[in-house]
Design a protein around this ligand. Structure first.
Ligand SMILES: Nc1ncnc2c1ncn2[C@@H]1O[C@H](COP(=O)(O)OP(=O)(O)OP(=O)(O)O)[C@@H](O)[C@H]1O
Ligand SMILES: [Mg+2]
Length: 270
């Protein structure tokens, strides 16, 4: 039992017709921790994220989120935007940026999802809206700066180098002020120097912003260097959990990855 768990997944079962995606998954993430979820293609990693964010509704099990140590919320049955409101943000396996918008606009959408004034207030140019507008512009610039994209704010998202797009998605997610950030293969498709920038960014999100990070990633070098703990899924079940070193030495893990331990390649869509 973890003293201060930010999220607890208990015996979650998820299936689609005859396909079993999650077959009794339990895991706990400690507040402040970087926890990585790894496993072969089709193991159920993205399904787990979808259960955590209200996209999928598991047939069985419990998922408890604690935005603060005193406050406990069940995530099952909640809508994605509600889950985001209570403090969980995510990025997707395949980029879901607004491609026709600028980097600045993409991040600002995240930031504004936090604000109280709706579109009507904005249309009427209520005084609070003007203040909020200024605040959200400032925050947006801060976040672009944080992810190393301050000078690219005016560029169209789809025109940015791929590594920049991936960091832009993180900035947009951070705009919603999460306590827990879920990253689904953030390094997929990036080159070695972009991977390094991502690794540093993930660490800074965790240490400087105090955000707990749940990371799905196929790049083992990145996982082993950045994660405090690692949980391994295979065929919808947790087959190992521990420090990066423990997991790497675990025979069940070696077997699940046999022949592909060195592969940095990811596959599939999510
Ligand atoms: N909406 C869905 N409908 C039917 N089957 C699904 C659905 N979502 C996931 N699955 C199935 O659940 C299993 C787990 O898929 P999931 O995407 O969670 O794997 P993953 O671990 O993220 O794999 P990858 O590393 O390739 O991204 C797969 O067999 C997949 O086909
Ligand atoms: Mg996936």
């Amino acid at each position: 039992m973890v003293a201060d768990a930010i999220v607890s997944v208990e015996d979650v079962h998820l299936r689609f017709g005859g396909v079993v995606s999650l077959a009794g998954v339990s895991l706990t993430q400690e507040r402040g921790e970087i926890l990585s979820v790894i496993g072969p293609n089709g193991a159920g990693k993205t399904s787990l994220f979808n259960c955590l964010t209200g996209v999928y509704h598991p047939q069985m099990g419990r998922i408890i989120f604690r935005p603060t140590p005193e406050h406990e919320v069940s995530l099952i049955g909640r809508k994605p935007h509600r889950v985001n409101r209570i403090g969980i943000a995510r990025t997707f396996q395949t980029s879901r940026l607004f491609n026709a918008l600028t980097a600045f606009e993409n991040v600002k959408i995240g930031v504004e999802s936090r604000q109280r004034t709706g579109p009507i207030g904005a249309m009427l140019h209520l005084p609070r809206t003007m203040r909020e507008e200024k605040e959200s512009d400032t925050r947006t610039v801060e976040l672009l700066d944080f992810v190393g994209l301050r000078r690219r704010g005016d560029e169209i998202a789809s025109g940015l180098p791929y590594g920049d797009q991936r960091r832009l998605e993180i900035a947009r997610a951070l705009g919603t002020e999460p306590k827990l950030l879920l990253l689904d293969e953030p390094a997929a498709g990036t080159n070695p120097s972009e991977k390094l920038a991502l690794e540093q960014l993930i660490r800074r999100v965790n240490r400087e912003l105090g955000v707990s990070v749940l990371l799905i990633e196929h790049d083992m070098r990145l996982v082993m260097s950045v994660a405090d703990r690692v949980t391994v899924l295979n065929f919808g079940q947790v087959i190992a959990s521990g420090t990066p070193g423990e997991v790497q030495r675990n025979p069940a893990v070696v077997e699940a990855y046999l022949g592909r331990v060195e592969t940095e390649e990811s596959g599939g869509e999510g």
